[in-house]
Write a protein that binds this ligand. Structure first.
Ligand code: NAP
Ligand code: MG
Length: 495
């Protein structure tokens, strides 16, 4: 019998009111069921929101340093349970153990940052233009935060949202991706074990429409923080637009790595292998385009294909495995459809391009790391997010063309340039339209204490991470205290 997991609402573990469940399986071995989870609906969301709303009255008045103390404990528990959390994450979504350990570590880093932020949450004082008058803007909690997250960073992304939300004094209703409910459940257990009061954090499992959208639409949910695809993000933004609900969107990417003719090619090679095929290409910051200067194009492609063909696919829990499976059958099929599209568009398939089925691989959703050359700007494989181990190589004549090609997509999350030319590096930093630019490092590798997010259809201008996310999860209240004992009129009495 598969282990049964539950929602967590108002401090209690409970089934969906309907009693319905869904299964979570291991993408490296589809026969292995990790557990069943509640297939919740609007009634469960309503209960969770009501619990969060009620809990907020006390939580908002709990001093922020005290809230931070709980987050410190959360970080400590994550350190204790790191290995167990990483292993269960690999089992439920496939990425290799080194990466799932990193995912948990990012959560730990975020917890300790949040803990110390409880003693900062800096806001502003400014001098008043009038005598005997005091002016300041203070951070205030907002209310119930709805948190909807994807499966590719099943620990890190929820922590990026939930921890700052809590430190700022908000309560949480959390719907994780259906592909990674176990990691999310473990996170909520940790929050509970660390002493988060009942009702302050609630998790409701289930589908995007049945649960996610009901959270988004709920009138008592004051703000929404969403990470996922641009398509779903637009739907959420439209819904939030109706009541002008505060919403933060972190969405898709079509990130490129540029390699100039003066670059350290070995370094650039390690970078693109990690960027394109780490997490099986299923990162919002994955390198899905490689823009090569024509002078080094043929040599670099040759080096790259040789190394790519040697990458070891398999169960991410096994030693030596470099590339895990796709998260599910749907994603595997999407990858293959894009390979067919690429061929039809006239790109040249250099390696991969098919499912991997040798030995045990046939039990999971494995796809061979794939490289296309002769990709032209504007092709669908060059423009659309694939979210799999498929890399498109584009040849350019010079630096200006490289930046033009890099910028020519609707997305703008991460970007990377390999060059030893300091002038080109700074021009890249200035001219690339993206939320993140790396010089001589791959498109992946964000650190928890710096702002994270993108431009254009990658987001709506907010940032997660570091100090920036605290602006999203708190509302400024401007306060004037006049101690002059008379009516003082701003802009008038002094001029
Ligand atoms: P997704 O399909 O958009 O799903 C994300 C979350 O939204 C899941 O919890 C999903 O639930 C839920 N959802 C689906 N439809 C919904 C709806 N109509 N209303 C409310 N919620 C809904 O994305 P994904 O496949 O999980 O993740 C991959 C995408 O996320 C990629 O586009 C990737 O680039 C993006 N991503 C972006 C960042 C970033 O920070 N910019 C980071 C990671 C990933 P179910 O799981 O139940 O369907
Ligand atoms: Mg799974």
């Amino acid at each position: 019998m598969a282990q049964k997991f539950q929602n967590f609402i108002n401090g209690e573990w409970k089934d969906a009111k309907s009693g319905q469940t869904f299964e979570n399986r291991n993408p490296a071995n589809w026969d292995e069921v990790i557990g069943t989870f509640p297939k919740s609906a609007e009634e469960d969301v309503n209960e969770a929101v009501a619990a969060a709303k009620a809990a907020w009255e006390e939580w908002r008045l709990t001093p922020a340093p005290k809230r931070g103390d709980i987050l410190k404990k959360v970080g400590d528990l994550m350190v204790e349970r790191k290995e167990e959390l990483a292993r269960e994450m690999t089992r439920e979504m496939g990425k290799v153990l080194a990466e799932t350990r990193g995912d948990v570590q990012e959560g730990i880093d975020t917890a300790y940052y949040a803990a110390s932020e409880g003693r900062r949450l800096f806001s502003y004082t400014a001098p008043s233009e009038l005598p005997n008058k005091f002016a300041m803007a203070i951070r205030t909690p907002i209310g119930v935060a709805g948190i909807v997250t994807p499966w590719n960073f099943p620990m890190a992304i929820p922590t990026w949202k939930i921890f700052p939300a809590l430190v700022c004094g908000n309560c949480v209703v959390f719907k994780p991706a259906s592909d990674t409910p176990k990691t999310a459940t473990s996170l909520v257990q940790i929050l509970h074990d660390a002493g988060v009061p009942k009702g302050v954090v609630n998790i409701v499992h289930g589908g995007g429409g049945a649960v996610g959208m009901k959270i988004v639409e709920h009138p008592d949910v004051a703000l929404i923080s969403f990470t996922g695809s641009s398509g779903v993000g637009k739907t959420i933004a439209q819904s939030c637009g109706k009541t002008l609900k505060r919403v933060s969107l972190e969405l898709g990417g079509k990130n490129a790595q540029v390699v100039m003719d003066d670059a350290n090619l070995d370094l650039a090679l390690d970078g693109v292998l990690w960027g394109a095929f780490g997490t099986t290409g299923q990162r919002c910051t994955a390198t899905s385009r490689l823009i090569l200067h024509e002078k080094i194009h043929d040599k670099f492609v040759d080096m790259l294909v040789k190394r790519t063909e040697k990458l070891r696919l398999g169960d991410g829990l096994e030693k030596g495995v470099e590339v895990g499976p796709c998260v599910n059958e749907g994603q595997l099929n999407t990858d293959h459809e894009y390979v067919e599209i690429g061929k039809a568009e006239g790109a040249k398939l250099m390696c991969g391009g098919e499912r991997a089925t040798e030995g045990d691989l046939k039990k999971g959703w494995f796809y061979k790391p794939t490289i296309f050359t002769n990709v032209k700007p504007g092709m669908r494989i060059e423009q659309e997010e694939i979210f799999g181990p498929v890399l498109s190589v584009i040849k350019v004549k010079n630096f200006d063309e490289a930046i033009e090609v890099l910028n020519d997509t609707v997305y703008g999350l991460s970007s990377s340039v390999y060059t030893r030319n300091v002038n080109d590096s700074f021009r890249a930093i200035r001219d690339i339209k993206a939320g993140i630019t790396y010089i001589n490092a791959p498109t992946i590798g964000a650190e928890a204490h710096l702002p994270f997010g993108g431009v254009k259809e990658t987001g709506n201008g907010h940032r997660e991470g570091g100090w920036a996310v605290y602006d999203f999860f708190s509302e400024l209240k401007t306060v004037y205290v006049d101690y002059s004992d008379k009516l003082q009129r701003a802009q008038i009495d002094n001029y």
